[in-house]
Design a protein around this ligand. Structure first.
Ligand code: HEM
Ligand SMILES: *[C@@H]1O[C@H](CO)[C@@H](O)[C@H](O)[C@H]1NC(C)=O
Length: 440
């Protein structure tokens, strides 16, 4: 019986596929393989990400087919477009050509009104609301609170301990910062409860879209409901002009977009500072210089001091280039279009990749000429460019400032590998041995 079913299934899918392909044949589609029906090349793509060989996966196909090729990912035929001009084509397109598109699980967890998937006036309304507390003028007011929060959390974490799991700690730290600074949630029990729920929700973003008791996705949806119940009474006071759904969807999106990404940048920084004594020395010098030059009695960071941390931020930027947090993204074609002479049929996906330019030495080795737009893609590009990049910079610099001026550290497992889930993450949560720095 299962065998008959399999044959029937194969015949039907072969029939549908051949009908579909013959429809496309008149067009000049890019070269490449659509892989198996439905699954396409999704499994090898995901496996490569997990083993942090995402670039190898792309490069293999670029060598075979060129920097525009077709494949099939996450259930849809996809045109992958590599390079600076390609990034500009995909991310700089008009809204009626390419629409944002996230995996189905992401929409389930983040909600239908999350900013990542909106377009038009709805998008502009939500973005306007979020930008009010992420713009530099607002950030200047947060620095003192961020600084003292970072100090308190670091001292508490390292109390009577000489080893910590740095990546895990960064998750807690950036989560607490997001709750405190972005939403004014300061109650420790609420934060602790939300932290657990957000961990389940994050995990479900990239799970299989199967909503059945016990699955990762099901747990994620339950977590979403608890998050709404826990935080809505607090958040409701803040934005009277948005619906409950819009508030919840975007608060969840903001917390996840802000803390998962910053966790990774901070962990990679801590790792790099442990591995490269020369970089460590220069970062330490820059940070100590700020402390020494401080004239007032108050030993809290200021906006002007953050601006002086130029070298430290360069280290961060270089890490985001070589190990991009976001490996790329999908968009959906709303109409037939074409790129470099190749057809992109309506309904297909396109995929842009940060590695596609980040790994190109012609762009990044020669630092004399300025880097062109749509080449450095750490924060994306076009209309949906990250609106939290300044927040991330201030948070990262404040945290590294406190860590470097208070402690020295080394990796417990220098062989620990980085995996992608799909963001890069140290496979053992980055255990480090720490030692208080003698004060100057
Ligand atoms: C190192 C840290 C961060 C990195 C690497 C990063 C990266 C990105 C990237 C690549 C995108 C574009 C996604 C796309 O076009 O598909 C994006 C969008 C976004 N990010 Fe960030 N991000 C970071 C931190 C933050 C923080 C701290 C916040 C909030 C406080 C934030 C909020 C957002 C939001 C709301 C969007 C969607 C913008 C839109 O759709 O218009 N991000 N981020
Ligand atoms: C959240 O609240 C609603 C309405 O009170 C309730 O039906 C739901 O079960 C709650 N969710 C969780 C996960 O507690």
């Amino acid at each position: 019986m299962p065998f008959l079913f399999l044959i029937a299934f194969t015949l039907v899918s072969a029939f549908l596929l051949s009908k579909y392909l013959s429809k496309c044949q008149t067009k000049n589609l890019p070269r490449g393989s659509l892989g198996y029906p439905l699954i396409g090349e999704t499994l090898s793509f995901i496996r490569a990400q997990r083993e942090d060989r995402g670039w190898d996966w792309l490069e293999e196909r670029i060598l075979k087919h060129g920097s525009v090729f077709k494949t099939s990912l996450m259930g849809s035929p996809t045109v992958v477009i590599i390079g600076q001009a390609g990034n500009k084509f995909v991310l700089g397109a008009e809204e009626d050509v390419f629409a944002p598109k996230q995996p189905a699980t992401m929409q389930g967890i983040l909600g239908k009104q999350n900013i990542l998937e909106l377009t038009g006036s709805r998008y502009r309304l939500i973005k306007g609301a979020l930008v009010t507390f992420l713009k530099p003028e607002s950030l200047q007011n947060y620095i003192k609170e961020m600084d003292s929060l970072a100090k308190t959390l670091i001292l508490r974490e390292t109390k009577e301990k000489d080893t910590i799991k740095a990546a895990f700690f960064m998750k807690k730290l950036t989560f607490t910062m997001a709750c405190n600074i972005l939403f004014g949630i300061r109650d420790e029990y609420t934060i602790e409860a939300l932290f657990k729920e957000f961990a389940s929700a994050s995990k479900a973003l990239w799970s299989l879209p199967i909503n059945f008791p016990g699955t990762v996705y099901w747990k994620g949806l339950r977590a979403r409901s608890s998050i709404a119940n826990l935080s809505l009474p607090i958040l409701r006071k803040k934005r009277e002009d948005l619906s409950n759904d819009a508030i919840i969807d975007n608060c969840i999106t903001l917390v996840i977009a802000s803390h998962d990404t910053s966790t990774i940048l901070l962990s990679l920084m801590i790792r790099q500072l442990a591995r490269d004594p020369e970089i460590y020395k220069k970062v330490l010098e820059e940070q100590m210089d700020i402390v020494k030059k401080r004239e007032g009695k108050e030993d809290k960071l200021t906006w002007a001091e953050i601006q002086k941390m130029k070298y430290t931020w360069q280290v961060a930027q270089e890490l985001m280039r070589t190990i991009p947090t976001v490996f790329g993204g999908f968009r959906k074609a709303l109409k037939d279009t074409s790129y470099a002479g190749y057809a992109i049929p309506k309904g297909w996906q396109v995929f842009w990749s940060s590695d596609g330019t980040h790994m190109n030495n012609d762009i990044f080795e020669n630092r004399k000429s300025p880097i062109p737009p749509y080449a450095y893609m750490a924060f994306g590009g076009g209309v949906h460019t990250c609106i939290g990049n300044e927040f991330a910079r201030v948070e990262t610099l404040t945290t590294i400032h406190n860590l470097v001026t208070m402690y020295e550290w080394s990796q417990l497992n220098p062989e620990e590998v980085i995996t992608r889930q799909p963001m890069p993450y140290p496979s053992m949560h980055l255990p480090i041995k720490i030692k208080p720095r003698r004060l100057f």
